[in-house]
Design a protein around this ligand. Structure first.
Ligand code: TYM
Length: 342
């Protein structure tokens, strides 16, 4: 079976963008593929963070995966730092990653500009190398992510090809290895709708965990009245009716797309249904649909998070299964790179 991996950072709260861009698609893929979903706690420390909160945020994120429908009889769920091979492979890959590739990363540029020089650790620069390790360790075929991770995936592919070229094939065989590629070159899976969910307060910037205003996003665990209120107060325009794809109406397009995904209707059905609505009518339709969709997730989340033994068991089992595969890849990399076998 083809293999899929993906992860979310346990920082801030998981929002509708994370759900529609990534997690929801994991649920659809887990039936057909061999899937590994992790909580990327090692990535979460690359900007200043609260050590008192990290472990709680990690468990919360795991519970949300399950609440959203990740089925652990099919998928492996684990915490990135519980599988040591991630950090270890990152070191090996760091030595063959040109600094120029990392300097070009848009997310690095944006995050470092926002954080200010004093807060930019080396880890923020090498972040994509760790992400490449997460993916390459599992010889993944596909990586379901939102649009904003596309460039990181591109770097992962280039890095895989570089290692295969530098250390794979005949060179590896001479060292006693199996030859061939060291890493499979993975492909991103970016959904046609939902890959870039925009802010509720500005249809031109993406919904994000780190945006200062909580009004700009719907968190998966927002209570009913908070959801209703955020939608009521979100940015509108003064055009009549509701329509997709009008570049002058980014907010309108964004909210219609959210409604399309949440309701499970087609774009045509939504366009038809909402064409003659005014903002007030549409907003209450959207708020109700969101509340109906998120409520069962919130109920399951409460059940899961209150049973810590169950959750810990899932994470331990996931880490064990993941480590088996990750360690095998890591050993191959050590061998191909010429290290003395232990
Ligand atoms: P993170 O935690 O920022 O986001 C998790 C997932 O949510 C997607 N996403 C969005 N999709 C649509 N609209 C939005 N507004 C939106 N905001 C976020 C992201 O694209 C992502 O799929 N570096 C990654 C985590 C990571 C990872 C990996 C992912 C680390 N290692 C290996 C895949 C494979 C990140 O920070 O995602």
């Amino acid at each position: 079976r083809k293999r899929i991996v993906s992860g979310v950072q346990p920082t801030g709260s998981i929002h509708l963008g994370n759900y529609l861009g990534a997690i929801r698609n994991w649920i659809l893929l887990q039936n057909t593929y061999d899937t590994f979903f992790f909580i990327v706690d090692l990535h979460a420390i690359t900007l200043p963070y609260d050590a008192q909160q990290l472990s709680k945020a990690t468990r919360d994120t795991a519970a949300l995966y399950l609440a959203c429908g990740v089925d652990t009889s099919k998928a492996s769920v684990f915490v990135q730092s519980h599988v040591r091979a991630h950090a270890e492979l990152m070191w090996l890959l760091s030595s063959v990653t040109p600094v120029g590739w990392l300097n070009r990363m848009i997310q690095f540029k944006e995050k470092s500009r926002k954080a200010g020089d004093e807060n930019v650790g080396v880890g923020l620069l090498t972040y994509p190398v760790l992400m490449a390790s997460d993916i390459l360790l599992y010889q993944s075929d596909f990586v379901p992510v939102g649009e904003d991770q596309k460039q990181h995936l591109e770097l992962t592919r280039e890095l895989a090809e570089r290692v295969n070229h530098l250390f794979g094939g005949r060179k590896w065989k001479k060292l006693g290895g199996r030859g061939g590629s060291v890493f499979k070159v993975p492909e991103p899976l970016i959904p046609p709708v939902g890959a870039r969910v925009m802010s509720l307060t500005d249809g031109l910037s993406k919904m994000s965990k780190s945006a200062p205003s909580d009004q700009s996003r719907i968190n998966l665990l927002d209570p009913k009245d908070v959801i209703a209120n955020k939608i009521k107060r979100c940015k509108t325009d003064s055009f009549p009716g509701m329509e997709f794809d009008n570049p002058e109406r980014p907010e309108c397009n964004n909210l219609l797309s959210i409604y399309q995904l949440i309701s499970g209707k087609t774009k045509e059905e939504v366009a038809e249904e909402c064409r003659d609505m005014n903002w007030g009518t549409f907003k209450s339709l959207l708020a109700d649909a969101l509340i109906d969709h998120l409520q069962p997730i919130q109920v399951r989340y409460e059940e899961i998070i209150s049973d810590s033994a169950y959750l810990d068991g899932i994470l331990a089992e996931g880490a064990m299964k993941a480590a088996g595969i990750a360690d095998a890849t890591l050993n191959n990399v050590y061998q191909a790179m010429g290290f003395l076998q232990r």
